[in-house]
Ligand binder design. Structure first.
Ligand code: HPA
Ligand code: ZN
Length: 338
């Protein structure tokens, strides 16, 4: 990877911690926990990573997550992610986790939160990386289950900055999750939601108007709706785009076809993120590198993407300004924001 790309200070805002489970760790934890994986060996895992759409990925992703059982497992997963992206210039991460994937297996909030928090402390102490968590509701489960999850989370919100919405998108619009979001807002959290990855632009409208979210995850299908693009630009609603994920899950055919440049051109506040790097073959730095390699982004354009990532985060104005001046120092000019 180009030294500039690696050094560019950036925030990662669209990263599922369960999606950082590398095949080797999946096997090691399965063995430690006496859990039988549906894959005979490492090679067959990698062969299974040929996805045709979001669902084909999710089926495997939930199977993999089942090896995570103790606080130590969640800690090691989190540490491995931060140790990896410390090499990618990540200064701050807002990390998704899927509590229902674990509570459904009778693993409680106290277990995974302990592991996440210890891993985040490691990131701060060892790498100077700040982080917070985003609690995601699984949208293939009912809105009532999300509300129950939010109630169960109430006493475990240390380090959690927002709630989000993920899993299968088509056929699962945002509106039924309003009660869970309302409780989250009462508890002082912010809201984000996956919308417009495979789902239609109407899901993005609904995430904004029904759920009142401040940031949209993916959002690439907004380009099909001019009025929506106007609104996202006018209100500076950040979109956390994941280009390599979109190629892996066939949202676009080839990296060269990704609409990232058109999104920048339209004035949207887009950042580049990895989504589920262990499954899609690239961490956040690789996504920046691919924008350079496949879409000819210049260093200046990549610096704008990095500045957008900082600006799109839930950091304080002071913290954002500190990271933005670091980007300016690297590029030798003031960082332009999109
Ligand atoms: N989309 C929806 N749900 C997910 C994703 C994604 O890209 N990754 C993990 N859960
Ligand atoms: Zn995602």
């Amino acid at each position: 990877m180009d030294e500039f790309v690696r050094k560019l200070p950036k925030a990662e805002l669209h990263l599922h911690i369960e999606g950082t489970l590398e095949p080797q760790m999946m096997f090691d934890l399965a063995e430690r926990n006496g859990y039988e994986l549906p894959f005979p060996d490492l090679n067959s895992v990698k062969e299974a990573y040929e996805f045709t759409d979001l669902q084909s990925f999710l089926d495997i992703y939930y199977q993999g997550a089942a090896v995570l059982q103790s606080a130590q497992d969640f800690y090691e997963l989190t540490v491995a992610y931060f140790d990896r992206v410390a090499q990618d210039g990540v200064r701050h991460a807002e990390v998704f986790f899927d509590p229902q994937t674990h509570t459904e297996r009778n693993i409680g909030f106290e277990v995974f939160m302990e592991g996440f928090r210890a891993g985040m402390e490691h990131a701060k102490v060892e790498h100077g990386i700040t982080s917070s968590l985003i609690l995601c509701f699984l949208r293939h489960l009912p809105g009532e289950a999300a509300l129950e999850t939010m109630r169960a989370a109430e006493n475990h919100l240390d380090g959690v900055v927002a709630v989000g919405l993920d899993s299968s998108e088509v056929g699962f619009p945002p509106a039924p999750f309003l009660p869970a979001y309302e409780l989250a807002y009462e508890l002082g959290l912010k809201g984000v939601a996956h919308a417009g990855e495979e789902g239609p632009p109407s899901y993005i409208w609904s995430a904004l108007d029904d759920l009142g979210v401040e940031r949209i995850d993916h959002g690439v299908r907004c380009l099909e709706d001019e009025e929506l693009v106007d609104r996202l630009v006018r209100e500076r609603v950040p979109l956390t785009v994941c280009p390599s994920s979109n190629v892996a899950l066939r949202v676009v055919d080839r990296f060269e076809d990704h609409p990232f440049p058109q999104m920048m051109e339209a004035g949207l506040v887009v950042s580049a993120n990895s989504d589920d790097p262990a499954y899609f073959g690239g961490y956040v730095g690789d996504n920046y590198a691919a924008l350079g390699g496949h879409l000819d982004f210049t260093h200046e354009q990549l610096a704008t993407v990095a500045a957008n990532s900082i600006e799109s985060s839930f950091l304080s104005r002071d913290q954002k300004d500190r990271h933005l001046s670091e980007i300016s120092a690297l590029t030798g000019r003031s960082a332009t924001r999109n």
